[in-house]
Ligand binder design. Structure first.
Ligand SMILES: [Zn+2]
Ligand SMILES: [Zn+2]
Length: 115
């Protein structure tokens, strides 16, 4: 379904949605590509990375009986938090690989990094 806001998606929003779709499903860890579930239509930064089953599945999915969500003990905010954690980790890794490509990020994460 297309909303009036869908027409106004800008380049950063498009890039964020692409990043969300590039992380594994936050409910069952099925590998990417995931779909991006919008908590509110038209709000592209509050989107959740889900596989087809955890998204639209009639038994497991958010838009179904939410069985996998109950097993994982996740609501939409838990899922959003995990999606952002994964997207930001992806960004941090991309930065570590090619810092010159992301000059707006600082190096403070690297200084506190332990492994
Ligand atoms: Zn899933
Ligand atoms: Zn959805």
């Amino acid at each position: 379904m297309r909303t009036k806001n869908a027409a106004r998606i800008d380049a950063q929003e498009r890039a964020h949605l692409a990043a969300v779709k590039s992380v594994p499903c936050v409910i069952c860890d099925a590998p990417a590509p995931s779909s991006a579930h919008h908590i509110r239509q038209g709000d592209h930064y509050t989107t959740v990375a889900l596989c087809a089953d955890c998204h639209q599945g009639s038994v497991n999915g958010w838009h179904g009986q939410k069985v996998m969500w109950r097993l994982r003990k996740f609501d939409e905010i838990d899922a959003l938090n995990e999606t952002l954690r994964r997207v930001l980790n992806l960004r941090a890794n991309a930065y570590a690989a090619a810092p010159a490509a992301m000059p707006w990020l600082t190096t403070c994460e690297e200084e506190s990094h332990v492994d």
